[in-house]
Design a protein around this ligand. Structure first.
Ligand SMILES: [Zn+2]
Ligand SMILES: [Zn+2]
Length: 277
């Protein structure tokens, strides 16, 4: 009788690379298939317990995504590194099916997808700027902090205009093919799955899974703003009144430091820009 090969050459309780890779994928899936980069880096350092520095951990994460995608490729799934709504990096577990339509949304039924498409139209078709009134959103406050650091706290008094890429939930419950109760349930589910998010102000918009999986669909059908720094879709942050340049919150500091304070397209000052919320 042959002896079983020893399970692992790793000593004691130290995890091998394969185990770490597997556990990290499980961690991502347990978080409904989307994690921010910082979150995964933290999980990674907990798992492999070694005292790597930031750069080494980044490299390790890159190695992980390559190795995990080699395995997932056969199953038509993939982990992608994508910009999230604020312009930071997130990792999203996605279906590889064609992205030129909303078919990628595997866990959703065709009827659910019809609703998603209808909602996207609501989010992206309303492009009129309006005067800022009432309380500011988290994104607007973040933009203010960054701009006032550049223009001086005493002279900069916030932007005057905003454009919405989000909708109030009551507006989304007007969908005629579902009764209000069913639509509300679907909205909750879409938020859990990170297709949509809901702001503190009760507005809904497209979250990281939609941005990652529907990128081509969104670009083909809508005139969506692109961030001048990272070149990815930017639905939240700021854009120039001319509409030709936009910037994520996370990319705005970089722009002000390395590029300037004016729109790269029309030259108008960012002090007269428009919040995108
Ligand atoms: Zn950006
Ligand atoms: Zn401009």
């Amino acid at each position: 009788m042959e002896e079983q090969p020893s399970h692992s050459s790793q000593a004691g309780d130290e995890l091998g690379e394969k185990d770490v890779n597997k556990l990290l994928l499980q961690y991502l899936l347990l978080h409904r298939g989307t994690c921010e980069e910082a979150q995964l880096l933290k999980a990674l350092s907990t798992l492999d317990g070694s005292g790597r520095n930031e750069q080494e951990r980044q490299a390790r994460l890159k190695k992980w995504i390559t190795s995990v995608n080699l395995a997932l490729n056969a199953l038509d799934y993939k982990v992608v590194r994508a910009r999230n709504r604020f312009g930071g990096w997130s990792y999203v577990y996605v279906d590889l099916e064609p992205a030129n339509d909303t078919k990628g949304a595997t866990t959703l039924s065709p009827d659910d997808l019809k609703f998603v498409q209808w909602a996207i139209q609501k989010f992206l078709d309303q492009k009129d700027t309006m005067q800022v009134e009432g309380a500011k959103s988290t994104v607007e406050n973040a933009v203010d902090r960054i701009l006032s650091e550049k223009f001086g706290k005493s002279s900069f008094d916030g932007l005057q205009l905003r454009v919405y890429h989000t909708c109030g939930s009551t507006e989304l419950l007007q969908y005629t093919d579902l009764d209000a109760m069913a639509a509300e349930h679907l909205l909750v589910r879409l938020c859990q799955l990170r297709w949509f998010y809901e702001t503190n102000e009760g507005r809904l918009g497209l979250d990281v899974r939609a941005l990652a999986e529907l990128q081509t669909y969104l670009r083909e059908r809508y005139d969506v703003p692109t961030c001048v720094v990272c070149k990815e879709l930017a639905l939240e942050g700021v854009r120039c009144q001319c509409g030709a340049s936009a910037c994520h919150v996370a990319c705005l500091g970089h722009f002000l430091t390395h590029v300037g304070t004016e729109c790269v397209s029309c030259g108008s000052s960012l002090e007269r820009a428009v919040y995108m919320v």
